[in-house]
Design a protein around this ligand. Structure first.
Ligand code: UDP
Length: 325
């Protein structure tokens, strides 16, 4: 039986991954400090004898040493994410993303345990070289804009992972997620889909930032989890970076209109300038589209759930959460 350790296992993606790994017969331990994750996300797994949890920070070296020595593979998903959190609390973002990842990699290297590292499409920054390939250049804005600290912290995590691989033979796989969405994602840290869905269900205005013509490719968490578990089982993935995302590009205004329609909502759209939504001088990415040819040719992976399917799942989840059923 494979023993998996998921850092950030009480978070949105981590909790879905925990379910999938248990289903395939793995033993799963999650470690989470509940800073942005919620125990409720995994509470339904607590009765499973193959499920264990540790509520602590990943910079807790003593605990991490024990947990990593006891597992076969580490899924490192713990990180501070969400544009709003990054703008509000950059110290925490830089600290937890760099120090936490360093602890995980150093400990995994001590025991030679494979690490699957959750990274992000943010590492491409504001490059307009669409679609982004894994070997495309990163283009970051100035260090005076805290938004870029997230992208740089995750880029640093990737550098660290490759450094540990090169110097200490640590097996690593890097996964760059593109706007993963689905049930359990919270809108508290800025993510647009849970925010729009809750606003539409309450018939409140949908807060579209900027002119709404910026675009994204939203990817269902179930498809992302399938990519993660397949990569973990593929020896040829080691030492490689993979984009994980959908290529169905949608503008934020189109997303807002579709959400209103699917919720049968009376909500209007409210356009809010970026400097009011985030902070003065905030820089957004205009387009973000992955080239997913690499993971498709290695594993045959492609997304199976389209945007309407994703929104339908998220709407059902929030109807339930908001007691609107
Ligand atoms: N956004 C928006 N309204 C909101 C939250 C976000 O218009 O209430 C926009 C945000 O400015 C960005 C896009 O939606 O252009 C996606 O934002 P999110 O934070 O979900 O992910 P990002 O792609 O920025 O990492």
């Amino acid at each position: 039986m494979t023993k998996a350790l998921i850092t950030g296992g009480c978070g949105f993606i981590g909790s879905h991954l925990a379910e999938a790994l248990l289903e395939q017969g793995d033993a799963v331990t999650v470690v989470d400090d509940l800073s942005t994750g919620r125990f409720e996300n995994v509470a339904h797994l607590a009765g499973d004898t193959n499920f264990h949890y540790a509520i602590t920070t990943i910079t807790n070296e003593l605990v991490m040493d024990r947990l990593i020595s006891e597992c076969d593979v580490v899924y490192h998903l713990a990180a501070a994410v969400g544009v709003e959190l990054i703008v509000r609390d950059p110290v925490r973002v830089i600290d937890s993303n760099i120090k936490g990842c360093e602890t995980v990699l150093r400990t995994a290297a001590r025991y030679r345990k494979k690490v699957l590292l959750a990274s992000t499409s943010e590492v491409y920054g504001k490059s307009d070289n669409i679609p982004f390939r894994e070997d495309s250049d990163s283009v970051f804005g100035p260090t005076s804009k805290s938004r870029w600290s997230y992208a740089c912290s995750k880029a640093m995590d990737e550098f660290l992972a490759f450094a540990y691989q090169k110097q200490l033979a640590l097996p690593v796989v890097i996964m760059r997620f593109f706007n993963t969405v689905g049930p359990r994602q919270t809108g508290r840290y800025g993510m647009v889909v849970p925010r729009f869905v809750q606003q539409a269900l309450r018939d409140e205005p949908l807060t579209v930032y900027g002119d709404g013509q910026q675009s994204r490719c939203f990817t269902a968490v179930a498809d992302v989890v399938r990519a993660i578990t397949s990569l973990a089982n593929e020896p040829r993935a080691v030492g490689e970076i993979f984009n994980i995302g959908s290529s169905q590009e949608v503008t934020i205004e189109q997303l807002a209109r579709l959400t209103v329609r699917l919720c049968s909502s009376r909500s209007p759209l409210q356009f809010i300038p970026y400097d009011q939504a985030y902070e003065a001088g905030f820089e957004d990415m205009r387009r973000r589209v992955p080239d997913t040819g690499k993971i498709r040719s290695l594993l045959g992976w492609q997304p199976t759930i389209n945007l309407e399917g994703i929104l339908t799942q998220v709407i059902a989840y929030y109807r339930d959460q908001l007691n609107l059923v």
